[in-house]
Design a protein around this ligand. Structure first.
Ligand SMILES: NC(=O)c1ccc[n+]([C@@H]2O[C@H](COP(=O)([O-])OP(=O)(O)OC[C@H]3O[C@@H](n4cnc5c(N)ncnc54)[C@H](OP(=O)(O)O)[C@@H]3O)[C@@H](O)[C@H]2O)c1
Length: 365
């Protein structure tokens, strides 16, 4: 009888101790989860900024893999493209809400589609631009913004061409529709957009005058098809353009440099010519009195942005289809200058900002 009692007491003790241990463990997990140390579900790496600043503010964070909502697809990213706008967003020149996952362009595979998504399905290879959050292993993207990758185009090629190629497309087809026989001045002609822009202008039958900062870039601009190349760090590009056009001026200037080139770009135009100011890699242009456009020859000035020229799925798809067709036909050469692991985003930013890049810089998650 005593042994039975002893046995039952041991069991009772065991059950009570187990109850307390399990309860304590559960409370521990709940407290850690509330403090953010434990996350439910799978996690991913993403490059985020928690404050605006230099490349050092780019940090590798662990985040939950996001779930797609209505109309969204989740893309498993294989390559993310760097663009100058990423630098503006990192420094706060263009301000987003913090913390912010940078990156506007990527290619990869649809991993999961949310409700009401008809455009894509899991397993599709896709590319997109102009959606924030691409410096990550996964991103949520409005499904209408995804373009399918044709066979034979790698994720790296697609991420290298999408944003800058769409830009070259709308600048030459829509912002100022360039015609055969016209002359275009393309600044930073060996840069990411610049190299693509030179090629597209040449396909359209235009004469292209490119500007670059050094001899190596001059060589690249010529290889992409520029008829004339001016080293604008050594030569006054305004007088050189006037000389090359017999004093007439050019029909259009595609200017991505901004502060350092803007005034002289206006002076390079023929009467009623177009200045398409699409970037500011040297800094923002000062405010302008519209009377200046009158005095310099009834000029046109536009400050376009890609989002307004890819505003619908049809427009986006038509431009992307052209790009992929030009690549397939060997008419558009896409140059990948540097490929770095996602974790080295700060180094990639330093490189792009240093003015050394001659083509696309990619991050690989
Ligand atoms: N509006 C739009 O829709 C749109 C779309 C895409 C890009 N953009 C803009 O277009 C510009 C070019 O973009 P990208 O990605 O193709 O860059 P990128 O051309 O690869 O790089 C910028 C180039 O600008 C030139 N540059 C002149 N002054 C500079 C300075 N102070 N610091 C750095 N670079 C300087 C450099 O060429 P040199 O050394 O030969 O001078 C450099 O290679 C950016 O301003 C970007 O925001 C606008």
């Amino acid at each position: 009888m005593a042994r039975l009692l002893q046995f039952l007491l041991s069991w009772l003790l065991f059950i009570v101790v187990t109850f307390f241990v399990v309860t304590a463990a559960l409370y521990g997990i709940i407290i850690l989860a509330a403090a953010g140390f434990v996350q439910g579900g799978p996690s991913m790496h993403a490059i985020r900024i928690h404050q605006f600043g230099g490349p050092e503010v780019l940090g590798l964070d662990d985040l939950p893999v996001p779930e797609p909502g209505p109309g969204e697809a989740r893309v498993r990213i294989e390559a993310s493209g760097l663009n100058f706008i990423d630098i503006y967003q990192r420094t706060g020149a263009y301000r987003g809400a913090l913390p912010l996952t940078l990156g506007q362009e990527a290619a990869g595979v649809v991993d999961s589609a949310g409700p009401d998504v008809a455009e894509v399905k899991a397993g599709d290879r896709v590319v997109y631009a102009s959606v924030l959050g691409a410096y990550a292993q996964y991103a949520l993207v409005p499904a209408w913004r995804l373009a399918p990758l044709p066979p034979g185009v790698s994720s790296q090629q697609a991420a290298a061409v999408m944003l800058q190629g769409l830009t070259a497309h709308y600048l030459t087809r829509s912002a100022y529709p360039l015609r055969a026989g016209e002359t275009a001045l393309v600044h930073a002609a060996a840069g990411g957009v610049g190299q693509l822009l030179v090629q597209v202008c040449k396909h359209l039958g235009a004469r292209v005058i490119g500007t670059v900062s050094n001899d190596a870039k001059a060589q690249v601009a010529r290889e992409r098809g520029a008829d004339e190349v001016i080293l604008y760090t050594q030569v006054d590009f305004e007088s050189e353009v006037k000389r090359l056009t017999g004093g007439q001026g050019v029909d259009v200037v595609y200017d991505s440099v901004g502060k350092d080139t803007f005034d002289k770009s206006l002076n390079c135009l023929r009467p009623r010519g177009y200045l398409v100011l699409y970037g500011q890699s040297s800094g923002a242009v000062a405010p302008l009195d519209p009377q200046v456009l009158n005095a310099k020859g009834s000029l046109f000035l536009t400050r376009p942005t890609l989002g307004h020229y890819t505003a619908t799925r049809d427009e986006l798809r038509a431009r992307a289809n052209d790009l992929f067709e030009w690549m397939r036909a060997g008419r558009l050469k896409v140059t990948i200058d540097k490929t770095l692991p996602l974790a080295q985003a700060a180094e990639a930013h330093r490189y792009l900002q240093s003015r050394q890049a001659m083509g696309k810089v990619l991050l690989i998650p």
